[in-house]
Design a protein around this ligand. Structure first.
Ligand code: NAD
Ligand code: UD1
Length: 304
């Protein structure tokens, strides 16, 4: 199989690339390296790395020749960044998706798997979050992800391009970059604990998240390609377990053998209070379920 991974030099995308190479496929990474890094990628004779921007339709089209499957991971992944720049982030997170879909359609790509997000659910109070809920988005990030899901659906319905949308919950694992205050919280906390610095908790720390280890997310992407029942569908990709931020920090401190008090600050704008998933649909149609519990995933991460 020949696959193209947009955002393949980033945290999740680079793990998808590793898995595709391990499985014997030819892989093209298409990434503008805005947050992605070359060092996330191996030197490999079946890997081609293109520095390109998903806002550039022609560049995408040129690089999709002969590609069967596209894993569309490229995005501005930080919710606060999209609040600071809703127009700029729409150009990447929504219009960029349209470019990927249109280039895929015009290149004869068979299937596009799209990295959507639990953020689409926003503040809808039903818990756990289930795919049939009506989303109540809280940020430009969530609006663009939801609009992208709709674009995937209509490309399937109108043009017959096979699409699958995976709503990742809070993904963690090796290569998640802690360097920005907007990075994933586990990477930031791990970094601060290692440096002996006080972690900041936004809000009272009682917000819940469903943290999923990156190898489980990679497996969900593989199932999305392999499983025809998944086509045209949207799935929660999560463990089904909820953890408060205070519990997360305590577990991380225990595993690292340190004892620190957090610095509590005002809750962030656009922040979701509670987020954890119903994962029945993924089990039934995608034939996928997460294997790695939070504790095990944290141990894997700390052993790197
Ligand atoms: P990341 O920032 O590590 O990866 C995103 C990649 O996209 C980077 O390599 C970046 O350089 C690239 N990129 C950004 N803008 C681009 C553009 N205009 N053109 C080409 N490449 C571009 O983030 P991640 O955590 O690996 O996220 C991957 C995907 O998963 C994103 O779509 C994100 O929204 C989604 N997601 C992530 C999480 C999470 O918890 N990390 C949860 C839900 C959804
Ligand atoms: C994350 C992803 C987003 C994804 C969503 C799906 C990142 C950067 N964001 O957003 O792409 O779509 O999950 O659920 O990967 N926090 C602190 N202190 C910190 C950092 C964060 O208290 O130093 C808090 C945040 O305010 C939030 C929680 O921790 O309440 C999680 O934050 P974060 O890891 O940024 O994830 P989400 O905003 O949930």
């Amino acid at each position: 199989m020949k696959a193209l991974v947009t955002g393949g030099a980033g945290f999740i995308g680079s793990h998808i690339v590793d898995r595709l190479l391990d499985d014997g496929h030819e892989v093209t990474v298409f990434d503008d390296f805005s947050t992605g890094k070359n060092e996330n990628l191996p030197d490999h004779d079946r890997l081609v790395v293109i520095e390109g921007d998903i806002r550039d339709y022609d560049a995408l089209l040129n690089n999709m020749v002969g590609v069967e499957h596209v894993f569309h991971q490229a995005a501005i992944a930080s919710v606060p960044k999209t609040i600071d720049d809703p127009i700029g982030s729409n150009a990447v997170n929504y219009q960029g998706t349209l470019h990927v879909l249109e280039a895929a359609r015009n290149s004869g790509v068979q299937k596009v798997v799209f990295a959507s997000s639990a953020a689409v659910y926003g503040d809808e109070p039903t818990l756990p979050k289930v795919e049939t809920m009506l989303p109540v988005t809280l940020s430009p990030y969530a609006v663009d992800k939801l609009a992208s899901e709709h674009a995937c659906r209509i490309y399937h319905q109108l043009y017959g391009l096979e699409t699958v949308c995976l709503r990742y919950f809070n993904v963690f694992g090796p290569r998640q970059d802690p360097s920005s205050p907007y990075s994933g919280v586990i990477s930031i906390f791990a970094d601060r604990l290692d440096q002996g610095l006080t972690p900041t908790v936004y809000g009272d720390g009682e917000q819940t998240r469903d943290y999923i280890f990156v190898s489980d997310v990679v497996e969900a992407n593989m199932k999305a390609i392999a499983n025809s029942a998944a086509t045209g569908e949207v799935f929660n990709i999560a463990t089904g377990n909820k953890t408060t931020l205070n519990q997360l920090l305590k577990t991380m401190c225990d595993l690292k053998g340190v004892d620190v008090a957090a610095d509590y600050q005002q809750m962030r704008q656009g922040d979701i209070k509670d987020s954890y998933a119903n994962v029945d649909k993924a089990a039934a149609l995608l034939e996928w379920k997460a294997d790695i519990e939070l504790n095990q995933g944290l141990q894997n991460l700390f052993q790197q």
